[in-house]
Design a protein around this ligand. Sequence first.
Ligand code: KG4
Ligand code: ZN
Length: 353
Amino acid sequence: PNAPPVLAIESSCDDTGCAILDADGQVLGESLLSQESHAPLGGVVPEIAARAHLEALPALVDLTLERAGLQLDDIAVFAATTGPGLIGGVIVGSTYAKGLAMALNRPFMAINHIEAHVLTPRLPEPAQGPAMTSTKTDSTPPSPAFPYLALLMSGGHCQCVAVEGVGRYRQLGATIDDAAGEAFDKVAKMLGLGWPGGPAVEKLAREGDPHAYNLPRPLKGRAGCDFSFSGLKTAVARQIAPYGMAPLPRQVAADLAASFQQAVADVMVDRAANALALFPEATTLVVAGGVAANTVLRTRLQDLARAHGIGFQAPALRLCTDNAVMIGWAALEHLRQGGPAPDDLDLPPRPRW
Ligand code: KG4
Ligand code: ZN
């Protein structure tokens, strides 16, 4: 690598990640460990997560360096998620990265997890092999260009963000109760589908009729772009209640999954349309976060963008869910603004940011 690498750590929920990127955003090495100990418990247990991050990190950092063919001393900048997230995990990851930065006398950059999700669609695609001349060179600016509208939907967050530039964000709306992914996870649990629920609900929904149940579309048609999912979740529970302790017939579960997914999609499209009206400067609609991996939601939002005559972009599926590459990319975006790397050693880990 001709440019100094950034080593980044992610540990704000149940994924422990480490990634090394060069200054162009090429991923030199990456490792990601998704904690499995939470599945039997039906959700992330913060204390278990924090301990698991602590146990995994040293080996994960070593493995990532090995994959990149680098030594710790080759790293120019250390970065870590410093919030928002489950505070135990955030403390573990950011303190580990700060320790490395201090020991090697390199700068430490505190990265906001939400900002990383929102900027990740700009990460350059890897070059398509040596035979092809990559169109993305140093002089090609990352796309989408600013300004764009980001719809972040994950297990912990659900919000519309006007992205005007690096470090320039306006929250146009957010969830007033559950996050979208949380709703998927809770509905999956009710349908007996295990955890994490999003992918399971999507899969089962393919066998179901999205019009079988007339579920509510909370806040649809109202002004603004806040979200609400708890009423929808309760409506699903009400449909399941008559079955008592008996297992749900498969077709009922599939129809409920499909109807629920359709309701979420309708709400997302309605909220995003309002956000676009509030932020007409947006040239692209960007979706990010774990729920953005959902093909039905992606397709509906892509249609919305097309109807508005603007671009649509979603990160590669593996970059939608939590990972450390996005943390490294957010650090690079700030470094690309010019000036020396900020030294955030004194910045405390933040559960909310
Ligand atoms: O971004 P992420 O990995 O973690 C947070 O920062 O929260 O998002 C995880 C969430 C989980 O709630 C999971 O159920 C949901 O994303 N998810 C999905 C799909 N894949 C993951 N939800 C709906 N459809 C999917 N295909
Ligand atoms: Zn996330």
